[in-house]
Design a binder for this molecule. Structure first.
Ligand code: AMP
Length: 302
């Protein structure tokens, strides 16, 4: 397996200034897995859904090339997240989170998947991320994402898992919150210093692009300028899933050029995700159009 993703599979109720939908397929693992698979990686999902999970959604995941042997169906309802965005849609406000089947979930990575090239712990309770880290020995890279909720309610566990991975992806608000410092560069440098030696910290900054702290220094990659923002849900997850797929193709320590190229591909995929409500923008991504967007993005910094 190139990439194993553990994270949430969800039904999301979303309202943005441009669109609104109830019980849409979502979740951190869903977006990350779809993006990873669309970037040519063989990708397995580890997660749980309830017995209300729709057959058409399972079909979409399977026909997108995702391997579902690590996906458990438990008695009860699928995880549900309700969020809203306003103004420039820079940040979601969570209205409601129902853990449902996640409350009793004990992740089990299928035996055949315990040594993937890249393990991506997408946003999930850090105790569950830790259980998956215990079971896997990736041959190249361990990546991890998180969110403000876990910084608030499970900080010690989160610090623990942050220290067990090679690449951390967070957004700027989360980095400031973890460092308790409003200055982003200082906050990112502090956090990078807290990670294990040789680690990479990727700080997502929404429409402002990403700042990455690599052992050789900092780099910046812009976002694809997108006038057609409909719903930013899953941008961060599809960004990270694409990066995981890109990095699964290489060997040895991740060098600066490879990181830059991975971040550029990730920014392009995120720009499709935000064009549609839920996963629709990501699912409709066209391969040919994608190459053009990558060129346009690269031209921005030349
Ligand atoms: P993103 O917009 O990339 O940060 O991620 C949005 C996805 O995160 C949505 O599809 C939600 O279902 C999922 N999500 C929201 N809250 C949580 C949570 N507490 N744990 C796991 N996933 C969550």
């Amino acid at each position: 397996m190139d990439v194993v993703v553990v994270g949430s599979l969800a039904y999301d109720s979303i309202e943005t200034p441009a669109a609104k939908g109830e019980r849409l397929l979502g979740g951190s693992a869903t977006y990350a897995g779809l993006a990873s698979s669309a970037s040519g990686a063989s990708c397995g999902l580890v997660g749980v859904v309830g017995d209300d999970f729709r057959e058409e959604d399972r079909h979409l995941l399977a026909t997108s090339g995702l391997h579902l042997d690590g996906l458990v169906t438990a008695e009860g309802r699928t995880f549900h997240w309700e969020g809203t965005y306003s103004g420039a849609m820079g940040e979601a406000s969570t209205l409601n989170t129902e853990l449902n089947v996640f409350e009793a979930f004990d992740p089990e990575v299928p035996n055949a998947w315990t040594a993937p090239k890249v393990l991506f712990c997408a946003n999930l309770h850090p105790a569950l991320q830790a259980k998956v880290l215990d079971q896997c020995t990736p041959t190249r890279l361990r990546m991890l994402d998180s969110m403000n909720l876990w910084i608030d309610i499970a900080r010690p566990l989160l610090i623990d898992v942050l220290n067990r991975v090679d690449l951390v992806v967070l957004n700027d608000g989360e980095v400031r919150m973890l460092a308790d410092d409003a200055n982003l560069v200082r906050a990112a440098q502090w956090l990078h210093g807290e990670l294990q030696p040789g680690s990479i910290l990727v700080v997502k900054r929404g429409e402002h692009g990403v700042l990455a702290l690599h052992p050789s220094g900092m780099l910046h990659v812009p976002s694809v300028p997108s006038p057609g923002l409909v719903d930013p849900t899953g941008c961060g997850d599809s960004f990270a899933g694409t990066l995981a797929a890109h990095l699964s193709k290489g060997e040895g320590p991740v060098n600066r050029d490879e990181l830059r190229s991975g971040l550029e591909h990730a920014a392009v995929v995120a720009s499709y995700t935000l064009q549609g409500l839920g996963v629709t923008g990501l699912v409709a991504m066209e391969q040919s159009d994608r190459a053009e967007r990558l060129q346009a993005l690269q031209a921005l910094t030349r």
